[in-house]
Write a protein that binds this ligand. Structure first.
Ligand code: SF4
Length: 498
């Protein structure tokens, strides 16, 4: 494999008068067991030959984008042409997955930085500890009270905190510029400014989610009232005073936000986060996605790869049922039961909590995210500690389970409608189709993948785009079965079994 890659890459390395061919060859020789898809070789060829400061790769889910950009960026680190690699992705689960890939292929150290609310403020914990009796697991309502917040841990309070030496969050932040590889999520992109005088490769994974970055903010009646700064004389301890200041600064921010956005009523609002970094200021930026967005920066060098992988050994079954049918949950349970009897790994992709509740009630052995993160649930499946898992959003877009398995899609993943306008249907349809393809992509994670994908939604045959997509997979080797189309007038040109 190494020889093949080197032969392919050598040509352009020589053509570009690049004297790095030997160093890249010796870098690759450290990973002689690595097996790469042709798509990954294509991505590496593109990355190494492009001299553009901004690059973009579009390649299908499961084509090995993560491994390709990790190989490229580790090579750049190894020859000293960059100081840091920062990888940004959409969710915490995807952060964990990237870390996992890094460790399994390269045994490299990386730092995962999450949002402040994922860390415990020991100072707040100390203040509240009489009320708590928790050792390992802290329930969400308690966690909310003791999470790190920048309104509490302000630069003027930090030197006064007795826990700053042992504080995980502060230790992480203060040593960040010493880390070579940092994995963040898009909400934390502004952290890249800390590295303004360093050569950084910033990799924006799941680039299509960049414009989806919103924050849910709940405004209460209290947030619209005039604010009064706390007076230290009214508090018998510094901590109590600081807790009052935290609340004051948090409300002040919301008050200013409400007036800037014209919000006058209490309620829950999805606020778009503005992109706070300028990609032109970064040494090198790479955007990666299965579906690159249209609004990428200008002067970008892009590679669009089509999916050439074989789908042999994978059955795709569309059941004659949908969520509106009376027998929907009977078919749902039967499908799970049958998959359990045939596969050691069964993954159910759900679209709402009713479906999850049904599975948990009828299959108590099923693991679902809750106390465990989606990543931890999938780890238990991979380690054989469970054979059945179910989940919603991240399960459709971000889990990675190679090998033989059954995947069940509870229905087409249309978002919940807010109204019934044509515009909303089109937006919802586009969202559904993208998520559907990402869900399908969970099936082919490595060349050893095989098994069965069952779609519990006969509306599939109503949408030519979806049918075409499934037919493309059939042409690539998948076996496609549509149980019946009797409920629809338009008959698809597909093999049908009764
Ligand atoms: S350093 Fe800041 S975040 Fe850490 S324990 Fe102290 S106040 Fe909390």
């Amino acid at each position: 494999m190494l020889k093949k890659i080197v032969n392919i890459l050598q040509k352009f390395l020589i053509n570009n008068n690049n004297d790095n061919s030997e160093t890249f060859e010796s870098f690759l020789s450290n990973f002689s067991n690595l097996k790469l898809y042709q798509s990954q070789i294509d991505m590496l060829s593109f990355l190494l030959s492009s001299s553009s400061q901004k690059k973009a790769i579009q390649a299908s889910t499961g084509s090995g984008k993560t491994l390709a950009y990790l190989l490229y960026s580790l090579y750049k680190l190894s020859i000293g042409s960059v100081d840091h690699v920062i990888i940004s992705t959409y969710s915490k689960t995807l952060q964990e997955q990237i870390l996992n890939s890094l460790k399994s292929f390269f045994n490299e150290e990386a730092t995962v930085l999450k949002g402040t609310s994922n860390y415990i403020c020991l100072d707040k914990f100390e203040e509240n500890k009489e009320n708590f009796n928790y050792t390992n697991f802290i329930p969400p309502h308690i966690r909310e009270k003791v999470k790190v917040s920048t309104d509490y841990c302000r630069p003027d309070y930090l030197p006064l905190c007795n826990f700053r030496e042992e504080c995980e969050y502060i230790n992480l932040i203060s040593t960040l510029d010493q880390k070579k590889i940092i994995i963040i999520n898009h909400y934390l992109l502004s952290i890249v400014k800390k590295f303004s005088n360093k050569k950084v490769i910033l990799i924006i994974d799941e680039a299509h989610t960049l414009n989806k970055i919103t924050k849910k903010i709940i405004f209460t009646n209290e947030d619209f009232l005039p604010l009064e700064e706390p007076n230290p004389k009214n508090f018998d301890s510094l901590r109590k005073y600081n807790l009052a200041l935290e609340k004051y600064y948090s409300q002040l921010k919301k008050f200013k936000l409400a007036s800037r956005l014209g919000i006058t009523q209490p309620g829950s609002y999805d606020i778009s986060l503005e992109n706070t970094i300028n990609f032109d200021d970064i040494f090198e930026v790479l955007f990666v996605s299965a579906t690159l967005p249209d609004d990428l920066p200008e002067e970008i060098d892009s590679l669009y790869l089509s999916d050439q992988r074989s789908w042999e050994g994978i059955n795709i079954v569309v059941k004659d049922v949908n969520y509106k049918y009376d027998n929907y949950y009977d078919v749902f349970a039967e499908t799970i039961q049958k998959a359990k009897s045939q596969y050691d790994k069964v993954i159910v992709l759900c679209t709402n909590h009713n479906q999850l509740d049904f599975i948990v009630k009828n299959f108590p052995e099923c693991l679902v995210p809750g106390e465990l993160s989606p990543f931890e649930v999938i780890s238990k499946l991979l380690q054989g500690e469970t054979s059945l898992v179910a989940g919603m959003n991240t399960f459709w877009t971000g889990i990675d389970v190679p090998g033989k398995k059954a995947i069940i899609m509870s229905k087409l993943p249309f978002p919940a409608p807010n109204n019934s306008s044509d515009q909303e249907f089109l937006t919802g349809y586009a969202h559904m189709f993208k998520t559907f393809k990402q869900g399908i992509g969970r099936m082919l994670r490595s060349s050893a993948c095989c098994g069965e994908l069952t779609i519990l939604d006969n509306r599939v045959v109503k949408f030519p785009e979806i049918l075409n997509y499934l037919q493309e997979l059939e042409m690539k080797g998948a076996s496609l079965y549509i149980e019946t189309e009797k409920n629809f007038q338009k008959k698809p040109q597909l093999r049908v079994i009764k």
